[in-house]
Design a protein around this ligand. Structure first.
Ligand SMILES: Cc1ncc(COP(=O)(O)O)c(C=O)c1O
Length: 397
């Protein structure tokens, strides 16, 4: 028997729960079943033509060689300009690192600031990868339980109490939030940043959905608030707003001393983000900010309102109006209680019996909830609501 086995750390990293459901949905589809998949977090719009063409042009012009590992200098500068125009965030070019998407940006950020054994607050509901990313940086994730009764936004005192109790050195924020769609007000965020300041914590702020907001909900970055800039690393990009999902490019912005350190790590583990995608991102930065999203928002908004209207007419399900992203986090606690099952079983039964793929809230630290993505055509959402209603009315087995 071989003693060459994967190390202990790799065993702490589970496969993403969202991938397991997606795999089963794909299997059912391959068997010819008409599965409606509302699990994935990928916009159903194509990459805008001008951006895609910039990528094609890059290949035609031979711009496919290595770049500086921190990114094309002109893209770092364009990224800084875009952050200022779109979000009023002011960074110099050398304070913006070009990475291969938001996920590597989070990884570089956490690897840069977390010391071995440091505790990092992860506010539930959280994006599935945060706990694993903290562990990979040799930190210890401290899950802050969700507060559905507060529209999923924690108060200053709730964060401060946990920071005090755990001695946390940092926290991960994600607004607009995947999966809840929560967008805090400026004063709520000021409270959260205040707690971070009081307890000397870093903030890793995942703002990958910053452009996808409804009803004039503001986007306030913690880095723009008093006491925020020096402790915040901003993760953002065009992945979700412009469907640069498969292109793999994103930004990490923060004070120069931490960006320099993150850049050193990136230079050893990643090298540069895909050169062609960096050229495409230059085109994205050159667009007037919010122009593409202004085309998409009315469509997403119609879907959002449809779901809220319909889901709330289904027995034992509740859905509060999400303020951002393209996710709906359905409160299925009453349904789970009535059926005597948990959210994982609920989602499994929904997939097996009604061929509807969703994600259990447990994957995001919110048991009893179910996440739907409405980055899907209206016909799919209509069918999904019918299947959900049929499941609830006809009874689950
Ligand atoms: C909150 C959040 N952060 C980061 C990511 C990863 O984004 P990227 O594809 O740019 O790595 C996702 C993707 O689903 C996400 O939902």
């Amino acid at each position: 028997m071989t003693s060459l086995v994967p190390n202990a750390r790799s065993h702490q990293i589970e496969e993403s729960a969202t991938l397991a459901i997606a795999a089963r949905a794909m299997q059912l589809r391959a068997e010819g079943k008409n599965v409606i998949a509302l699990g994935a977090g990928e916009p159903d719009f194509p990459t805008p033509d001008g951006i895609a063409r910039a990528g094609i042009r890059a290949i035609e012009q031979g711009k496919y060689r290595y770049t500086a590992t921190s990114g094309l200098p002109q893209l770092r500068a364009a990224g800084a300009k875009w952050l200022a125009a779109a979000f009023d965030l002011h960074y110099a070019a050398e304070e913006v690192l070009v990475t291969a998407g938001a996920k590597p940006a989070l990884h570089m950020a956490l690897d840069t600031i977390v010391e071995k054994g440091d505790r990092v607050l992860v506010l539930a509901p959280y994006w599935v990868s945060y706990p694993a990313l903290v562990r990979m940086a040799d930190g210890v994730p401290v899950i802050v339980p969700p507060v559905p009764e507060q529209d999923f936004v924690h108060t200053e005192s709730q964060i401060a109490a946990l920071a005090q109790q755990s001695g946390a050195k940092g926290m991960i924020l994600n607004f607009p939030n995947n999966p809840s769609g929560a967008v805090p007000t400026r004063s709520q965020l000021e409270g959260i940043v205040g707690a971070a300041e009081k307890h000397g914590m870093w903030i890793v702020s995942d703002e990958i959905y910053a452009q996808i907001r409804y009803d004039q909900a503001p986007h306030v970055s913690p880095a723009s608030l008093p006491g925020g800039r020096e402790r915040t690393m901003v993760v953002t990009g065009f992945t979700k707003s412009h469907t640069l999902t498969g292109w793999r490019v994103g930004f990490l912005a923060g004070p120069k001393r931490v960006i320099d350190a993150a850049a050193r790590i990136q230079s050893q583990v990643l090298g540069n983000a895909c050169t062609i995608s960096q050229e495409a991102s230059l085109a994205a930065c050159a667009e007037p900010p919010h122009e593409e999203i202004a085309r998409r928002l009315p469509i997403l908004d119609e879907r959002r309102c449809f779901l809220v209207r319909q889901i709330n007419t289904i027995r034992d399900l509740k859905l509060a109006m999400p303020n951002g992203t393209f996710y709906a986090l359905i409160d299925a606690r009453a349904l789970c209680a009535r059926l005597g099952i948990d959210d994982v079983r609920l989602c499994t039964q929904l997939l097996e019996q009604q061929l509807l793929a969703t994600i259990p809230g447990s994957a995001f630290g919110a048991p009893g909830f179910v996440r739907l993505s409405y980055a899907a055509p209206m016909t799919d959402l209509e069918a999904a609501v019918m299947r959900l209603r049929a499941f609830v009315d006809e009874g689950a087995s």
